[in-house]
Design a protein. Structure first.
Length: 495
């Protein structure tokens, strides 16, 4: 029993990593799946593709390591959050595509709730805002638009889940319908202080209670995988949302410690300990994890587009591969006065405008591909700097150093830009798959083989980026950025 298996179901790929109990990577499996964009602003995944890609990735990791399932102590599961699924209890058949966290279709629904003055109630109970990002209005949309779904849900025949719940259901062959508080805390249906579904919010969003999963602690018992999947059954002992898993995997275990993960989006989380700190500056209050039923909270700044901006550069043919962006952006000293606001799916923290759209400003005849590439990297770094500033003011806990991970954190130039625009050090650990590491370590804790100190021991520094930009230059750039954001806000409202 020497291994922990992490399943990391992300927005663009499903990964599985086999770790030793000390948090060393043994083998990796990875499968991409399709992104479905039925109309501008809509983003869906096929639930079967989520499941199949995740299963194949896990089988691939075990095979690559030459390790049998009976040697795996426990499985930890982590996932893209908020993405909303519904399926049939009897057959396990999905009743619609998964509506992805980036999807903006419920902007009008959110607006209607806001007009009724309900945002303060949602904010106080759930720590969230009324934005299409979260599961609650996506589920309401499904209940109102999928023929027959509401009646099925009321009879307990249709189930709701975020991606963790869908995968636990699939892994256990439909025996377990459960989630954990970190995932539940992203639905707009869950009370932060009591760690339970909120009856009043369920009524407002007209969600039948019978379709909701049971909420178990992040280090709880989530059943066992079907033996035929991996050759023997593996206990599922850790479940948490991917950003919270990265916070755990970055060993940000104490209040005042934080991290930013740059995957498809960028998510800055600050551990606030036992205190759930309400935000007035566009941050979210969320559950970091619950260990043995005791919750640790976090403040979160959610930036919807990070690596996805680099993905877009690829789609429009400016680069052939994501990693090429670094050399291209490095070939110029600065962005030449160009600002790229990556509001492709609206803006999240701290602006929260589902009608914002991407914008490129400051173009001249001298603007080159390289300037655009650099402006894309800077746009992400500016948004994270906006979030970090709000966070420092609100929590009264200034981040001394930002721990970073995720696909985009492989890019040294980007991390230097981030340190410069933040005016703070940025630290990259040796294991950058911290999301998977966090899930594996949580499973180790759930299985009784590790304590949180073991998590701290698993972290080590690989590189540190120190701010080098003069303060007056930083301020001037950030003022230019604010002007550019002002132009992007509200752009899609008319359409
Ligand atoms: N060298 C790089 N520079 C900038 N962005 C990169 C680089 N390598 C990968 N990315 C971006 O990182 C993202 C993938 O990161 P990952 O952590 O795997 O995301 P997710 O978990 O959201 O699927 C992609 O959007 C990709 O464009
Ligand atoms: O798939 P990622 O890593 O971009 O994470 C997605 C977030 O969980 C969305 O809230």
């Amino acid at each position: 029993m020497r291994y922990l298996l992490a399943l990391d179901q992300g927005t663009t790929s499903s990964r599985a990593i086999l770790f030793t109990l000390q948090g060393e990577v043994v083998a990796v499996g990875r499968r991409a799946f399709r992104q479905l964009y039925p109309r501008p602003g809509l983003v869906e995944h096929d639930p079967w593709e989520i499941w199949e890609s995740q299963l194949l990735a896990a089988q691939e990791a075990l095979k690559a390591a030459g390790v049998g399932a009976e040697e795996v102590l426990a499985l930890g599961l982590t996932n893209q959050r908020e993405t909303t699924l519904v399926w049939d209890r009897a057959t396990g058949r999905p009743l619609y595509n998964a509506i992805v966290w980036q999807d903006r279709r419920t902007a009008p629904l959110c607006e209607a709730f806001k007009e009724k003055g309900l945002e303060p109630l949602f904010r106080e109970r759930t720590g969230l805002l009324l934005d299409p990002y979260f599961s609650g209005t996506k589920l309401l949309w499904l209940l109102e638009n999928v023929p027959g779904l509401r009646a099925q849900a009321e009879r307990g025949e249709a189930l709701f889940g975020t991606v963790d719940t869908w995968l636990i259901w699939s892994l256990t062959g439909g025996k377990v319908h459960a989630t954990d508080p970190t995932n539940a805390s992203r639905t707009l249906l869950f009370r932060l202080d009591r760690l339970e579904w909120d009856g009043e919010l369920l009524d407002l969003l007209k969600v039948p209670r019978a379709m909701l999963p049971e909420v178990r602690p992040s280090d709880g018992d989530f059943g066992e995988t079907l033996p035929e999947l991996f050759g023997a059954s593996i206990p599922i002992r850790g479940v948490l949302g991917d950003q919270q898993a990265a916070l755990f995997g970055q060993a940000a275990l104490l209040a005042g410690e934080g991290k930013c993960t740059y995957g498809t989006g960028a998510f800055l989380l600050l551990n606030t300990g036992e205190r759930a700190i309400p935000s007035r500056k566009g941050l979210l209050t969320t559950v970091a994890w619950s260990l043995g039923g005791k919750a640790t909270y976090a403040l979160e700044g959610s930036v919807f587009v990070a690596g996805a901006a680099v993905g877009w550069l690829k789609e429009v043919g400016l680069i052939a591969e994501s990693r090429e962006v670094e050399a291209l952006a490095r070939s110029v000293e600065d962005a030449g006065g160009v600002y790229l606001v990556p509001a492709f799916t609206g803006l999240g923290a701290p602006y929260w405008d589902p009608y914002a759209r991407g914008a490129i400003l400051g173009l001249t005849r001298g603007t080159t591909r390289a300037h655009l590439a650099r402006a894309a990297l800077e746009g992400v770094a500016f948004l994270v700097a906006d979030v970090a500033e709000a966070m420092a003011e609100e929590a009264g806990l200034p981040l001394e150093e930002l721990r970073v991970d995720g696909g985009m954190a492989e890019n040294d130039l980007f991390l230097q830009i981030q340190a410069d625009l933040l005016g703070r050090a940025v630290a990259r650990p040796r294991v950058t798959e911290t999301t998977a590491l966090g899930a594996a370590l949580m499973a180790g804790v759930g299985a009784g083989a590790l304590d949180p100190e073991g998590v701290r021991r698993a972290w080590s520094l690989e590189a540190r980026f120190l701010p080098q930009m003069p303060e007056d230059r930083r301020q001037a750039l950030r003022r230019g950025w604010q002007r550019a954001v002002g132009r992007a806000l509200g752009f899609a409202r008319e359409t």
